[in-house]
Design a protein around this ligand. Structure first.
Ligand code: FES
Ligand code: FES
Length: 942
């Protein structure tokens, strides 16, 4: 279960000589050892990433005598006498250096986990083809997966690097972004991400990239069945009989509580299962020892016997009368329910001119970030330190403290760079095993999940089963929506309560629905826990609600976009929770921005369809979205500290973990402008819990809003303190230099010599700290209240082509309009939109995870470069009165409308609705055949 690991073959090690990045090296290795392993662990070239060890992800791509290869599939013996180029060697080459710069200026690296592989593959292309066509670029990077960017900025960057060499003028698609703004003018600029350099030169440290000296390896023993009773044999004898194994830990070794969970009220997940495991992949024990021994261990040799038990694998089985309870204290296997009710739905539906019923179902979706979970831990006196990839350092700290039975102050969490998270790295993964092992052994320990281990044990997007009924007037005014959904939350709670609470608030979409009833249930099954995945259930709900609205529009004979514009929320109409936002409601502007493109695309599609007699049909679809930033009606604070140093530099302690979305840059831009200092003066201190205050978790599109606002407040506060010290007025400008600050106040200037000033308890001349918690209110028993202080809004339009004989769908373009309040950094926002579109496309057409099957990136398909169409982003700026400089979140927002827009386009093209998502070719084809049978038609058309 912990993944297949190749045996270490140190006994047959040989000297193998080759060249790496122009340098001659000799390694002592088995000739069968993977080249990726030798590069990373023997030569410490950790820029080469390992995402799968199976040739599926391309993260490990290196050049072998100039040709791109997956280093995980190359035996080291094969490279004897060869030249290897890794990402660390690219800067020394003309093409590689240009590509690195182009990746930076185009924002082509987000988390950066795929970036080395992308750069190497692109270098190989440009070395043999100086001016490739876009299709050739897509072919060249087709084997390297990226889960963040949506590929379009990567393609633009490669084309940019190429055209420069060919001496051709830059194209519009290759607009560079590098700008160094003046003091006070950073907000709104396309600033290159501040942590970008290390992502393109291979020096970024991800979870698996650092190993303390003499670290022991930790390997979990996991349930092979969905539900199993287990019995250990003689564990002491196992350790005694296996030289190199130091210890085995089980539930009885957990010093504190063998229980954790992201929402403490619902915490239910054990570090190690006790007697019975509730899902396939659940850990029952951990083996700790020398890396080679632990990795070579055959799981079958571990002394445990498994007794497979009947399991509940779907919502119906779990809800069936008399079904066995997965958690004793959760009757009916229902973890939690959610509810929002407004008006009189039944009466309104009776009075409606048109009523439509619909049902939709979605499956598990795997996060498929390129970096599997990894990290290390060490005990330092009576403290534990854990360095790992995480989205939530302070939450990790609390849970690890409870697991070890120690005070949170004795736990230090050091987040590494995160190679994609999308919600799953909010939950603990390697951390509890590392903590228990390091605590008991007093030695450093390291754990790196295999791809299979990552897939079987970490959270997924909730499968949803949704039933809805909506009604409107014959003029197209929405009257009522009745929405009910069950979410398969798996064996443990994770973020099930959040999904259940958030979906009823959002299932109306960004429209005025006067009569509304939405109810949800999170249902336990014996499957892998479902948790947070970009949108917390709202993308699933949007698939249902946005298709229903298309059906209503069709029934009243109204244009589908105009139907949405007619019903769009505005500043003064109440939401389904009775909240009136007052200002900053940009949904109508988003929809109206699509109008000319919608009309043109619809005309084009109709023309194509009328002229084409073959199997191809085109369609255009639209969908709207809204998304509340931050926690639902719960406290949600971030605290930012900044310190003025004697050398005139500013330390920015901001604990928002940048998982690729760009918070390191965005928060700095906001703080810089609030203070009135140039970006270059800032020294960024990241989310290490020993040096930064709590900025909360990176989720729910909250970091720009919440941490950004705290950074703005801290910047303004520091500015006021400096002005006070100089006796200057509010309108004075600050000039920072290495000796101090010159405060210019009209025609007077005052020099603050910082070197002469005393230092405070933080070691700064002046420290400024600010906390921001967005104002919300609890929801009442009908879900009425103020769940979020700020919403983001958006609408996507998808243009597609369907092959009715094959059932395949090709998306040819997505136009995405988003109200972001204020575009703090347009390049980073576009990157979020393009990445969201790619994930939405995967959700609509490709991605479904079946627990127990296809637990790898070969069978679980995510979009590759060739699947993603051009994406046109339209940024609407309807400022939030609360957000920093008016800004709203964009991370979750970007993924929500893509899938329903594509599914609406599918209906537009061929007149069918696929009720079970994703609309894979077999399902599309089956729906076509069923429709043909029903309608007695040869060809199904919209
Ligand atoms: S790690 Fe080699 S292809 Fe994924
Ligand atoms: S930037 Fe490509 S995987 Fe994150």
């Amino acid at each position: 279960m912990a993944g297949t690991r190749e045996p270490r073959t140190e006994t047959d090690a040989q000297s193998i000589a080759f060249r790496v990045n122009g340098r001659a090296v000799v390694v002592s290795s088995s000739p069968l050892q993977r080249l990726s392993r030798v590069l990373r662990e023997e030569l410490l070239l950790t820029g080469t990433k390992v995402g799968c060890d199976a040739g599926d992800c391309g993260a490990c791509t290196v050049l072998l005598d100039g040709d791109p290869v997956c280093a995980c599939l190359v035996a080291t013996g094969q490279v004897e006498g060869c030249e290897i180029t890794t990402v660390e060697g690219l800067a020394d080459t003309n093409v590689g250096g240009r590509l690195q710069q182009a990746f930076l200026t185009h924002g082509a690296a987000q988390c950066g986990a795929c970036t080395p592989g992308m750069l190497v593959a692109a270098t190989a292309l440009l070395e043999r083809n100086a001016a490739p066509h876009e299709n050739e670029v897509m072919d060249a990077i087709g084997g390297v997966l990226c889960r963040c960017t949506g590929y379009r900025k990567i393609i633009a960057a490669i084309l940019d690097a190429a055209v420069k060499k060919a001496g051709v003028e830059e194209t519009a698609s290759a607009a560079p972004t590098a700008i160094s703004p003046e003091a006070g003018a950073a907000v709104g600029k396309r600033l290159v991400r501040l942590d970008g350099k290390q992502k393109v030169d291979g020096s970024e440290i991800f979870g698996a990239d650092e190993t303390p000296a003499k670290a022991l390896a930790v390997r979990a023993i996991r349930s092979p069945y969905h539900r199993v009773r287990f019995h250990f044999g003689d564990l002491a004898a196992f350790v005694r009989d296996h030289p190199g194994i130091e210890a085995v830990f089980t539930a009885k070794d957990v010093p504190g509580k063998n229980c954790y969970g992201v929402i403490s009220k619902f915490a239910d997940q054990p570090v190690f299962a006790e007697r019975e495991a509730r899902h396939r992949g659940e850990a029952v024990a951990a083996v700790v020892g020398e890396a080679a021994t632990v990795e070579a261990l055959e799981v079958a040799d571990f002394p445990v016997s498994w007794e497979e038990l009947p399991s509940l694998k779907d919502i119906d089985a779990a809800l069936a009368k008399g079904a066995r309870l997965i958690h004793e204290k959760r009757p009916g296997n229902i973890l939690v329910r959610g509810r929002v009710v407004q008006g009189d739905v039944d009466k309104a539906l009776d009075a409606a001119d048109v009523v439509v019923d619909a049902e939709y179902e979605t499956g598990f979706i795997e996060h498929a970030y390129i970096e599997p979970e990894a990290g290390f831990a060490r005990r330092v006196g009576d403290q534990i330190e854990i360095q790992a990839c995480t989205q939530s350092p302070y939450m990790d700290r609390s849970d690890i403290a409870a697991i070890l039975g120690i005070a949170p102050e004795r736990v230090r969490i050091i987040p590494t760079a995160v190679g994609g998270g999308f919600g799953s790295k909010l939950d603990l993964s390697v951390q509890p095993f590392l903590a228990v092992a390091a605590w008991h052994l007093g030695k450093p320990v390291r754990m790196v999940y295999s791809r299979t281990e990552s897939i079987v044990s970490t959270t997924k997007r909730h499968p949803a089963r949704m039933r809805l009924r909506g009604g409107c007037t014959k003029e197209g005014r929405l009257l009522a929506l009745d929405f009910a959904a069950d979410f398969n939350t798996g064996a443990y709670s994770s973020w099930g309560p959040t999904v259940s609470a958030r979906v009823p608030v959002h299932a109306s979409g960004p429209y005025y629905v006067p009569h509304y009833r939405a109810s949800t249930r999170a249902v336990h099954t014996n499957l892998v826990p479902a948790g947070a995945f970009r949108g917390f259930g709202v993308p699933q709900a949007a698939i249902a609600q946005e298709q229903l609205y298309d059906e209503l529009a069709d029934r009243v004979g109204m244009d589908r976009l105009e139907f949405r514009i007619l019903n769009a929320l505005d500043d003064h109409t109440p939401t389904v929770t009775g909240q009136v936002l007052g200002e900053g409601v940009g949904i109508r502007a988003c929809l109206e921005a699509l109008r000319p493109k919608w009309k043109a695309a619809r005309r084009e599609a109709a023309k194509f369809n009328s002229k084409t007699a073959g199997a191809l049909r085109r369609g255009v679809g639209v969908a709207g979205m809204w998304y509340g930033c931050g926690n639902t009606s719960l406290p949600n604070p971030s605290t930012v500290r900044i310190g003025l140093k004697r050398d005139g530099r500013i330390a920015l302690h901001q604990g928002a973990v940048d998982i690729g979305q760009g918070s390191n840059t965005i928060v700095t831009q906001i703080c810089a402008d609030a203070l009135g200092a140039p970006i270059e003066r800032f020294d960024l201190l990241s989310g290490d819990t020993s040096i930064t205050p709590d900025c909360g978790k990176t989720s729910a599109s909250r970091q720009t809003l919440v941490t950004g606002k705290a950074a703005q407040m801290a910047g303004e506060k520091l500015r006021r303190a400096i002005l006070k010290l100089a006796g200057a007025c509010d309108c004075a400008t600050l000039l920072f230099n290495d000796d101090g600050i010159t405060v210019c106040d009209g025609d007077k200037s005052h020099v603050l010599a910082l070197g002469d000033l005393p230092l405070d308890e933080h070691g700064y001349v002046i420290t400024s700290e600010a906390t921001f918690d967005p104002p919300t209110s609890p929801l009442d028993e009908n879900g009425q209240g103020v769940p979020y202080a700020v919403f983001g809004f958006g609408a996507h339009m998808a243009e597609i082509e369907v092959d009715t004989e094959l059932g395949t769908v090709r998306v040819s373009k997505v136009t995405a309009a988003h109200d972001v309040g204020r575009a703090i950094n347009p390049t980073l926002i576009e990157g979020q939109i393009e990445g969201g579109v790619a994930q939405g496309l995967g959700m609509a057409l490709m991605e479904e995870f079946f627990p127990g099957k296809g637990e790898n990136l070969h069978d679980y398909l995510i979009p590759s470069a060739g699947d993603i169409p051009p994406v046109e982003s339209i940024l609407i700026e309807d400022p939030s009165p609360i957000g920093p400089f008016g800004a709203k979140g964009i991370g979750e927002q970007a993924v929500i409308p893509t899938a329903p827009a594509i599914l609406n386009a599918l209906h537009d093209a061929i007149g069918i609705r696929v009720r079970k998502i994703p609309a894979t070719p077999d399902r599309v084809r089956a729906a076509i055949l069923a429709a043909q049978k029903e309608r007695g038609m040869e060809n199904v058309r919209g």
